[in-house]
Design a protein around this ligand. Structure first.
Ligand SMILES: [Ca+2]
Ligand SMILES: [Ca+2]
Length: 253
């Protein structure tokens, strides 16, 4: 028997929950709801589920298409769970994944709290970021190749910056040692040709794009007559993924 017009309908209160992501598969979160009042005849409500992701530097963000489900509440039920699908991977994530669940009464029910939420907590460790060189010693005319590398793929752009370090008592690679065209693109025009190249390398990007494992920074050198002493270039890498900066050096002779 349907409730008389004006009678207070039992209502549904949708809850909130947080789940730990896990690794792959088709995971389902169990979002609780409670029934306030007595259900005396089968009642139904519909839910729309929508995934939202929030992140500054992620490859995949935004809203997913909605999914729908219809939930039947049997007489005497005091509550149960709504199964809410979400995404799980084995990548370190910066995105915040939230499943928003909106309920609409169909028959025999009212809604009190009609918006629920599943927050998915990432469980993958941040991989180690390293900074290395392809060859520690090169000759004039060769490229100096600095390599920024992640130990595992991640789901965001791994931001990193390079700057040069200048040391006393070390003969530095100089502006004159690199091709003019490279110098024009990477360092200021006014850099004196005899000054240390490292001094002018201040803001080079060494960021690794989401899903990639490494990136290189290449400094070409000009062919020179043999030089009695080796020269060197040391670069320092800074990144929010590192507790402290790390550095790498290449010698040229
Ligand atoms: Ca995971
Ligand atoms: Ca993850």
């Amino acid at each position: 028997m349907s409730p008389a017009p004006g009678a207070l309908l039992p209502s549904i209160r949708i809850g909130k929950t947080t789940v730990t992501e896990g690794d792959g598969g088709d995971p389902m979160a169990r979002l609780p709801y409670t029934v306030v009042g007595d259900v005396t005849v089968p009642a139904r409500f519909a839910v729309a589920m929508e995934q939202r992701t929030f992140c500054d530097a992620c490859a995949r963000i935004g809203w997913s298409p909605k999914r729908y489900a219809i939930i039947t509440v049997a007489p005497g039920d005091t509550g149960s769970v709504i199964e809410v699908p979400y995404e799980a991977d084995n990548l370190d994530d910066r995105r915040r994944q939230v499943q928003r669940v909106m309920a609409v009464p169909l028959t025999g029910l009212a809604m009190s709290d009609y918006i629920g939420r599943v927050v998915v907590r990432d469980d993958d460790p941040t991989p180690r970021l390293s900074f290395d060189v392809r060859r520690q010693r090169v000759g004039y005319g060769d490229d100096l190749v600095f390599v920024t590398r992640l130990a595992a793929r991640v789901d965001y752009d791994a931001y990193a910056r390079l700057s040069g370090l200048v040391f006393d008592r070390v003969d530095p690679l100089r502006v004159v040692d690199v091709p003019k065209r490279w110098a024009r693109r990477h360092i200021v025009d006014r850099a004196p040709r005899r000054s240390a190249l490292a001094k002018w390398i201040t803001r080079e990007s060494a960021s690794i794009d989401a899903g990639e494992l490494s990136t290189t920074f290449v400094v070409p050198t000009r062919v020179h007559p043999p030089h009695p002493n080796s020269k060197s270039l040391t670069l320092r890498l800074r990144s929010p993924l590192l507790d402290h900066p790390i550095r790498a050096t290449i010698r040229v002779r």
